[in-house]
Design a protein around this ligand. Structure first.
Ligand SMILES: Nc1ncnc2c1ncn2[C@@H]1O[C@H](COP(=O)(O)OP(=O)(O)OP(=O)(O)O)[C@@H](O)[C@H]1O
Length: 574
């Protein structure tokens, strides 16, 4: 929590102002009962109206000052807390941006979202409370005790008796409630996860008629969160009644014993009324403090969750400085082995090959053979366990990730687009691209026809996740986005599978010219897509089990022949 609060340091002047204002407000609150005692004892009892007017006016002034200080303090404390929330969200987001996919897998996207939103809001709320109460509660407590004792030390014994009850019951409630806060946040994570899966997977859920089961799943996660929240609130709900009970009993005790003291002539009526107010202030200070004790542990849980993300070191550092431009358009894998964290077997073992400019290297293999894993290693989404990968003749660990990625045009297996226009989505690959470049990329990616048939053409809006486009259209835009960069290395991860055979063939033909000075890595399921490749790598369970041209592999590689025969006729193969 303290670590998170350090983020407030940029607002130190605002905080100092809040502290000053809260101090003024607390002092005026402490001063008022004494003035009231004065009015009663010297004005009301003696019938001195001018004294009542004089002190009454002064009381109004003091309260006005206190009220102004309180309003301005509220404004500035909210400003500091909200500012801190904004900064933290940005900080977490920027930090997460540096993560490799390994860290994403570890924390989970749903949890990252909860941590950046709900957890930060929890901390934000507690900061507002803290700024207001951290100063005023001790002042009111200590000031109240001093004033009460100075008014009547004997009567103060009543507080000494009741206070331990109050503090004891608050501690007991906290002891029961606080451990549950962690569970509340975890269950919120879970609810977010189920919600996210449901909303993003709505088509599949409907197609498989899984609505009922999914509703049940959501109901369960929702109920679990509700149950634990109710449990926590039930415990916390005891707090107020217990405190009010003790407070009211204390007041009854004071009136009782105070009445006796007034009867004996040891105390004046105005003093008793002021005394009651001071005791109320002491009790309220304790109530405020206990509210802090409820909110701080909850926010501390959130702070820990935020810190977990902030403290998470990317599994590899981005320390390389070399320029990746020794031999343009080349890609080399040298004895590369890679295992996912926690996996028993490596996903890729001893992968070696090299590709030169103008060449197409295709990767083919069964599902789960490691094709996507292999291409994900090139932009350094994951770091390899051993071996070397060279892009443009430079070891990717010796260059910065930005440098390596700037040389790559990556088309992922699942086309993901962003809200915005078609041309904005294509320009995602190169911000500075001209309209001609955008159109050229779209033409090569065989996207021109469908773009021009859309209302607004290149300025047509794309819905969230590209939901108003077909799978093949999304795929073509995602290809255009990579082409526009004119990179040294093109990576197509099974990017042609959503295209019909004709478009697939046209696209590959158009690409040939475009990629003369680059190297192309092409993951494919269809043999027809890879027949013209200069080199086909056959992957099986993470191993290269064959490498060569279509014809070479047909005669030498059983696995490749099997794949080819399952898809093409004997004539097509020949
Ligand atoms: N993020 C991950 N964490 C752990 N294991 C993973 C992860 N991604 C993939 N794997 C495992 O690595 C292996 C290779 O997966 P990969 O996605 O590379 O296969 P693929 O050949 O691309 O398959 P497909 O053709 O179905 O896309 C699989 O056994 C898979 O279970």
């Amino acid at each position: 929590m303290i670590k998170i609060l350090k983020n407030l340091s940029v607002y130190k002047w605002i905080i100092l102002a809040v502290i000053g204002l809260v101090f003024i407000q607390s002092m005026s609150d402490l001063f008022l009962p004494t003035l009231m005692a004065d009015i009663i004892d010297k004005g009301v009892v003696r019938g001195d109206t001018s004294y009542i007017w004089k002190i009454g006016g002064f009381m109004l002034l003091v309260s006005a000052l206190g009220a102004c200080a309180s309003i301005i303090a509220s404004y500035y404390s909210s400003k500091a807390a909200m500012g801190m929330g904004r900064d933290l969200r940005l900080k977490v987001f920027n930090h997460v941006e540096k993560f490799s996919l390994q860290e994403f897998d570890e924390v989970g996207t749903a949890s990252l979202i909860t941590r950046t939103t709900n957890d930060i809001t929890q901390v934000q709320q507690v900061v507002i409370m803290m700024l207001r109460m951290v100063i005023s509660a001790p002042i009111m407590l200590i000031g109240g005790v001093i004033m009460a004792v100075s008014m009547d030390a004997k009567l103060s014994l009543v507080i000494v008796v009741t206070m331990p009850f109050l503090i004891g019951s608050i501690l007991l409630i906290l002891y029961k409630g606080v451990p549950l806060f962690q569970t509340v946040q975890k269950r919120l994570d879970r609810l977010n996860l189920v919600l996210r899966e449901n909303l993003t997977g709505i088509r599949v859920i409907r197609a498989f008629n899984r609505e009922t089961q999914e509703k049940e799943r959501l109901k369960k996660a929702n109920k679990e969160l509700t149950d634990i929240s109710i449990k926590v609130n039930k415990i916390m709900a005891f707090m107020m009644p217990v405190m009010m009970l003790v407070m009211n009993l204390t007041v009854v005790g004071i009136i009782w014993f105070g009445g006796v003291r007034i009867d004996n002539g040891g105390m004046q009526i105005g003093d008793l009324m002021a005394f009651i107010q001071y005791v109320m202030q002491i009790m309220f200070a304790l109530v405020m403090a206990s509210m802090m004790f409820v909110m701080v542990p909850r926010a501390a849980v959130s702070a820990t969750r935020i810190n977990e993300v902030l403290d998470m070191k990317p599994s590899f550092l981005d320390e390389g400085t070399e320029k990746a431009d020794r031999v343009h358009g080349t890609l080399e894998f040298e004895h590369v082995t890679f295992s996912y964290p926690g996996a028993e077997e490596p996903a890729l073992s001893d992968i070696s090959f090299s590709a030169s400019p103008g060449e197409i290297t295709a990767i083919i293999g069964g599902t789960g053979s490691g094709k996507t894993t292999l291409v994900n290693l090139i932009p350094r989404f994951y770091d390899i366990s051993s071996g070397t990968i060279r892009v443009n003749g430079v070891d990717i660990r010796k260059s910065s990730q930005d440098e390596v990625r700037s040389k790559i045009g990556f088309v992922p297996q699942k086309a993901s687009l962003f809200t915005g226009t078609i041309s904005e989505n294509i320009r995602f690959g190169k911000q500075t691209a001209t309209q001609d470049e955008v159109e050229h990329a779209a033409r090569i990616a065989q996207a021109e026809d469908f773009i021009s048939s859309m209302k607004g053409g290149y300025e047509a809006e794309i819905d969230q996740g590209g939901s108003n486009l077909s799978g093949g259209q999304k795929q073509r835009l995602s290809i255009a986005r990579a082409l526009i960069r004119k990179p040294d290395i093109y990576i197509f991860d099974d990017s042609f599978s959503a295209l019909d055979y004709k478009t697939d063939a046209n696209l590959r033909a158009a690409l040939k010219d475009e990629t003369k000075n680059s190297t192309v890595l092409l993951v494919a399921q269809r043999v027809s897509t890879v027949v013209d490749a200069d080199r086909i790598i056959v992957l099986d369970e993470g191993h290269i089990v064959g490498m060569g041209t279509h014809q070479e592999l047909l005669s030498t590689n059983d696995i490749y022949r099997e794949i080819a025969l399952s898809q093409l006729t004997e004539e097509e193969i020949a």
